[in-house]
Design a protein around this ligand. Structure first.
Ligand SMILES: [Fe+2]
Length: 235
């Protein structure tokens, strides 16, 4: 279980001024206030996306949960600023879908090529939304690259390998895992074994080998249990 909750921290109490010497007291207060406001913005964005495309909030939370677990296994410390950016980026990775017609997002069947072209604009739209929020500029870059493949065959820019920000490589795997293990209107969810096989079949093409190795370590750590890797929120 991830130590940090990947969910937006709804209902957090507004920080109060701590009892410290004046200068450090105000500095800490400012930092806590910034992060409090940012969490409110995050919750609002995820809620707006969920209204537009029902179920996306749960998907985003599962992706954030797996992405942060993978982040730990590639070496990020839980209390680092990078780890926090990864959590935020994973939660917001689909935010650009706010700019995609609901009729395409909710289509109960496979998409046409033209509709896929529209869907593929969502990382760029997400970047456009997030770059306007100063503390989320770094997150905007991660989101922009979240559908780039290790072999350069992704979108929108065709970045490859180490050109892709490390956080975005985590999102690619976590997002694919959640898509494969979730039911779709036109197909059932894959089993744990089939999804894992699919990840290994695309090791070094779609996915960064270091991230696939992190997934293997995560599974081994949890005794290879499907329920241990099922990042769905408890019912
Ligand atoms: Fe996604």
């Amino acid at each position: 279980m991830c130590v940090h909750s990947p969910t937006p921290r709804d209902g957090l109490r507004r920080p109060s001024i701590p009892r410290l010497p004046a200068r450090s007291r105000f500095r800490r207060f400012e930092q806590e206030l910034d992060s409090w406001w940012l969490e409110q913005v995050l919750s609002t964005l995820v809620a707006a996306l969920n209204m537009h495309d029902g179920g996306t909030a749960d998907h985003s939370m599962r992706v954030a949960s797996l992405a942060t677990d993978l982040a730990k296994h590639v070496g990020y410390a839980y209390d680092s600023a990078e780890f926090e950016q990864i959590r935020r980026g994973a939660l917001l990775h689909d935010i650009g879908k706010l700019g995609i017609e609901a009729s395409i997002l909710r289509k109960p069947g496979p998409l046409t090529n033209k509709e896929w072209e529209v869907i593929e604009t969502h990382p760029g739209l997400g970047y456009t939304i997030l770059k306007k929020i100063a503390p989320l500029v770094g997150t905007a870059e991660m989101v922009y690259a979240s559908h780039e493949r290790w072999d350069g065959g992704g979108y929108p820019r065709g970045l490859e390998a180490r050109q892709i920000p490390p956080a975005a490589r985590l999102f690619m795997l976590a997002d694919a895992w959640d898509a494969m293990t979730s039911d779709r209107p036109y197909r059932d969810a894959l089993t744990f074994e089939a999804a894992l096989q699919e990840i290994h079949d695309n090791d070094g093409s779609q996915f960064d080998p270091a991230v696939v190795a992190a997934l293997d370590r995560l599974i081994a750590e949890r005794g290879g249990r499907w329920d241990a890797l099922d990042h769905r929120p408890a019912a």
